[in-house]
Design a protein around this ligand. Structure first.
Ligand code: FPP
Length: 218
C-alpha cells in the first residue's frame, strides 16, 4: 500500500492524512475482493524496516490501525472474513495488539475470505524464523521439503499469492512474501495507494487474466 506520503504531499497535507486516506482505499479493496470472491488478500501495512520512520508517524499508524479494526470488526464478522496477522506483533504497542488479538479471535471461524495484514513483517526474517523453528524441532534435513517449509511460514495453510500489486510507481518487492512469491505474477501501477480504487483493482485483475503462467514449464 505504497504512496500515502506522496499523495498527502501532492495535496499539501501532512503525511498522516495520506495514511488516513489509505485506510479508505484498504476498506474499499477488502470489500471489493470479498464481493468478487477473492479468497485470500494480504495488505502490507507495516514492514520491519518501517520502524525507522519518525515516532509520531509510527504512533499515528498503529492508532489508525486500531481504529480501523475497531470500526470494521462488525463488517468483518458479518462478511465472514477471517483476520490473520503476518509478522511479529509482540513489538507493537499493547493497545493496538489487544485490538488485533480480539479481531483475530472474533473472526477465527470465518471462512469466506482470509484478510492477512502484514505488520512488522519482513520476508527474510520470516524465513529465518521458519528455519529456527525447524532446527528447534530437530527435523532430519533429508525430510525437509519446500511444501513442509511453507508450513512454518505465517501464511501456513494458505496458497501462495497469484498476484502481487505494488502501487506508487516503485518496482521492487521490498522484502515482501519472499518465499511465497516464487511464481506470483507482479503488477506495478503508478497510482498512489490512497487513489487505488475498485476500478484499479479490476485493471490489475484484467492484466493478470491475460498472463500465461507456466510455473517453469514450456
Ligand atoms: C506506505 O506509504 C504506507 C505505509 C507504510 C502504511 C500503510 C498503512 C495504512 C494504509 C493504514 C493502516 C492499515 C490498514 C490495513 C488499514 P508511504 O508512507 O511509504 O508513502 P510514500 O512512499 O509516498 O512516502
Amino acid at each position: 500500500m505504497d504512496g500515502n506520503g506522496r499523495w498527502a504531499g501532492r495535496h499539501g497535507l501532512p503525511r498522516v492524512e495520506g495514511h488516513k486516506q489509505g485506510t479508505r482505499s484498504a476498506r474499499a479493496i477488502v470489500e471489493e475482493c470479498r464481493r468478487i470472491g477473492i479468497k485470500h488478500l494480504t495488505l502490507y501495512a507495516f514492514s520491519h524496516e518501517n520502524w525507522s520512520r519518525p515516532k509520531d508517524e509510527i504512533d499515528f499508524l498503529f492508532n489508525l490501525l486500531a481504529d480501523f479494526l475497531r470500526g470494521e470488526l462488525g463488517t468483518l464478522i458479518r462478511q465472514d472474513i477471517r483476520l490473520n496477522i503476518l509478522g511479529e506483533i509482540e513489538a507493537l504497542p499493547l493497545s493496538t495488539r489487544k485490538v488485533i488479538q480480539m479481531a483475530c479471535y472474533k473472526t477465527r471461524n470465518s471462512r469466506s475470505m482470509d484478510l492477512n495484514l502484514a505488520l512488522n513483517y519482513s520476508g527474510r526474517l520470516e524465513i529465518v524464523r521458519a528455519c529456527r523453528m525447524i532446527m528447534e524441532e530437530g527435523l532430519d534435513p533429508e525430510d525437509l521439503t519446500p511444501e513442509m517449509f511453507s508450513k512454518y511460514l505465517y501464511t501456513s495453510g494458505q496458497p501462495d499469492p497469484d498476484l502481487i500489486i505494488r502501487t506508487s510507481g516503485e518496482y521492487r518487492i521490498s522484502n515482501y512474501l519472499l518465499y511465497q512469491s516464487a511464481y506470483s505474477e507482479l503488477y506495478f501501477t503508478d497510482t498512489l495507494w490512497p487513489e487505488f480504487s475498485s476500478d484499479h483493482l479490476h485493471q490489475a485483475l484484467e492484466s493478470f487474466s491475460q498472463r500465461q503462467r507456466r510455473f517453469g514449464r514450456i
